[in-house]
Design a protein. Structure first.
Length: 729
């Protein structure tokens, strides 16, 4: 292949590419969900409507792959799921005939789990039932073309494990509903995309290009059937190539692109209807990475070629790019998108279609991980490549209903003004009457690709139904004057009553409490508040002897009764226990109002005001019983315990008999007087057991006691006696 020297041009080209401008078109979303969406295909029809197909699958589950179709024929992008088979439908490609009917081919597994070509069309409106184009062994991704004799043309690969793959041609006559025989073209391993493609000319001839050899590259071959049968023709390309693609224009000129395997550049040449090929020229300069995944390319009515590609090689600018050119002269690549918010991980396929003079649509598919699921989204940018950047406007919503608002009150809503264009949007606001207004002094402009929120208020002094308009005048190219319809109803405020029921925890009414409502205090015992508007009312309630209560009463559309329980104030009682020499006694046991604390615990909390009986006992002291009164503060109660000197030597008296001593299982006590209680203590004074008696003798078990010495403290009707015993086994 002969190449001209473009050294100076390429250096300038690469420098410009490194600083590539951003495609100044608004962005639409084609697919954004929890699926992996890619392999999109796009084409304009004769009316300028977009038609798109793509594959969507759940995660990496191949059997979930289905084909989806998108069009904007109704003015809005609408999506339809074409296949619903759960058997793996993939690699959709379509063409459009002279009547704007869609002719679609894709591959799908058959009953033997082999991929086969299925064909459908929209000649009767909706997509027809599938027609099987192939059978037998596995088939690879297919390509389709329609000719005006109502024949659809298919090219595809065989895909047989362990055997060489070939490229094939086949056709289907829609009028006779007959399939042609398959024509084997050349050895060609099936790749991940379409390495064999077909177009048809105005005389209904098929033109085919393909890549021979392996998926890593091979020779570029070209065929047509102008002589009746498919014949191969020599092309001006001898190097190893990858990813060929072609289009044909209205003059039957075939436009071919391919990627040079050695430099990863995209190259281009044409072949006229007379069979004359142009000299190949570089579309992209070297050093821009690996431009790839261009599923469709576009050709506008002026013969300008459009190619979208992605590059993910970090040594060069990364992202999705668009390059265009005419007559072999190509402009610098334009950056379409490169994840400005850093939301995506990888870049997948691109597709391009074109019409008119510079009108182009570019689809691109970045992938990410969302919610721990691998997904891929598809976005669209479209516009005219030669148009000057413009300000655009989108207003949402286009009507505001403020509902019912009370007189002298107000309701605020928001209008969002967006500028999807690439020039500054300047605007002004005009209201048709003063019942509606915007309280903001700005902003009055919106940056490109940005939006602002404008508050709008409805407020009136008289009841009635009100309507109005907000007119937004701007420099937007698409809609320089937008009208937002406004409506609202004003009513006199309703008045309600608020009643408080105040009780204590025992459900007894608490009278004469003082209530403060929204910061205003009222006389004690005033529990009824009338003529209140709907709203929230903060209150606090205070009463001597109770904790203050706070809360919020909400009045909406009826009278409200608020029940409030006041918690009584409680206090603590601390006992200070001393002997007769004012020395602390630390081992006493205190019972207050029937509640006994642990030995040595002299603090009682949560005590309501009142008079309470208490008892304090401690070894070696007489028990003290008395009453105390808690009023409105914490109380410290000092108690003097008299020393019990009546039983110091009674253990030597014959009045108390203890046997056996030492003991191993049971101990028996006898006395000439009635035994009331036997307390067993260890040698540290800790109580280990209490035994109530009420008789002159008692027998009890010491099985639970460890071996050692213990003090028996015996309370009789005559006093206290002590006896030392030993437990031994």
């Amino acid at each position: 292949m002969k190449k001209k020297s473009f050294t100076g041009f390429l250096l300038l080209f690469f420098s410009l590419t490194m600083m590539a401008q951003v495609l100044p078109f608004p962005e639409d979303t084609i697919a954004y969900n929890d699926l992996f969406n890619n392999r999109q295909w796009v084409q304009y029809d004769s009316q300028g409507h977009l038609h798109i197909t793509y594959t969507g699958q759940s995660g990496t589950a191949a059997h979930t792959r289905e084909i989806y179709y998108v069009t904007d024929k109704t003015g809005e992008l609408e999506t339809t799921q074409i296949t619903q088979t759960t058997v793996d439908s993939n690699f959709s490609v379509f063409t459009i005939d002279d009547d704007d009917n869609i002719h679609l081919v894709y591959i799908e597994r058959d009953g033997s789990n082999n991929f086969q070509l299925l064909y459908r069309n929209t000649v009767d409106g909706d997509f027809s039932d599938p027609i099987s184009i192939t059978s037998g062994t596995n088939k690879g991704p297919a390509y389709i073309a329609w000719s005006s004799d109502n024949v659809v043309h298919f090219v595809f690969h065989s895909f047989i494990s362990g055997q060489p793959d070939h490229a094939y041609y086949k056709s289907y006559d829609l009028d006779t509903e007959t399939l042609s025989a398959e024509v084997q073209l050349a050895l060609s391993d099936v790749g991940s995309e379409h390495d064999v493609r077909v177009v048809t000319d105005s005389s209904n001839h098929a033109h085919i290009i393909l890549r021979t050899g392996s998926v890593w590259g091979g020779q570029l071959k070209y065929y047509n059937n102008k002589t009746g049968d498919l014949q191969e023709y020599v092309l001006p390309v001898t190097e190893t190539i990858e990813y060929p693609a072609l289009l044909i224009d209205e003059q039957d000129v075939v436009h071919v692109i391919y990627r040079l395997a050695s430099t990863k550049q995209i190259w281009y040449f044409t072949r006229t209807a007379e069979g004359v090929s142009s000299e190949p020229v570089a579309v992209t300069p070297p050093g821009i990475g690996n431009p790839s995944f261009y599923r469709t390319i576009g050709l506008d009515d002026e013969g300008r070629l459009y190619i979208g590609y992605q590059n993910s090689i970090s040594s060069a600018p990364t992202g999705f790019f668009l390059v265009h050119g005419k007559d072999g002269v190509f402009a610098e690549p334009i950056l379409v998108w490169n994840d400005p918010q850093d939301l995506y991980l990888l870049r997948n396929t691109t597709s391009v279609t074109a019409r008119g003079n510079g009108e182009v649509a570019v689809l691109y598919a970045p992938s990410a991980v969302r919610n721990d699921v691998v997904v891929c989204d598809i976005f669209l940018k479209q516009g005219n490549i030669f148009a000057e950047p413009e300000a655009l406007i989108e207003v949402n919503p286009l009507s505001l209903d403020f509902g019912t608002v009370e007189v002298n009150s107000w309701n605020e809503q928001v209008v969002t003004i967006s500028n999807p264009g690439f020039e500054m949007l300047n605007f002004s606001l005009a209201f048709s009457n003063n019942h509606f207004f915007s309280p903001t002094d700005g902003p009055v402009s919106v940056d490109p690709q940005s939006s602002v929120e404008i508050p709008v208020v409805f407020q009136v002094e008289q009841p009635g139904e009100y309507t109005g308009e907000l007119t937004i005048a701007s420099n937007a190219a698409n809609n320089p004057e937008v009208v937002v319809e406004l409506e609202g109803v004003a009513v006199m405020p309703q008045l309600f009553s608020l009643t408080f029921i105040v009780t204590d925890p025992d459900h007894q009414l608490v009278t004469d409490a003082v209530i403060t409502l929204n910061g205003e205090g009222f006389p004690a015992g005033n529990y009824l508040f009338e003529n209140l508007e709907a709203g929230q009312y903060e209150y606090s309630i205070e009463k001597a002897g109770f904790e203050a209560a706070q809360g919020t009463a909400v009045i909406t559309d009826e009278d409200v009764t608020e029940e409030v329980v006041l918690q009584p104030l409680t206090w603590s009682v601390t006992f200070i226990v001393l002997d007769e020499e004012n020395q602390p006694v630390t081992h006493a046991i205190i019972t207050l109002n029937g509640n006994e604390n642990l030995q040595g615990d002299y603090l009682f909390t949560g005590i309501l005001p009142g008079t309470y009986a208490y008892t304090i006992s401690a070894e070696g002291f007489f028990t003290v019983s008395d009453e105390l009164t808690v009023t409105d503060e914490d109380l410290e109660q000092t108690v003097i315990l008299p020393v019990d000197d009546t039983s110091v030597h009674l253990h030597e008296s014959d009045e108390l008999k203890v046997f056996p001593n030492p003991a191993s299982g049971f101990v028996t006590l006898t006395s000439e007087t009635v035994l009331k209680e036997v307390v067993i203590k260890d040698m540290s004074g800790r109580i280990v057991q209490k035994i109530p008696v009420g008789d002159r003798n008692v027998t009890f078990s010491v099985d639970a006691l460890r071996e050692g010495y213990y003090i028996l403290q015996v309370k009789t009707s005559e006093g206290m006696q002590q006896q030392k015993i030993q437990v031994s086994r």
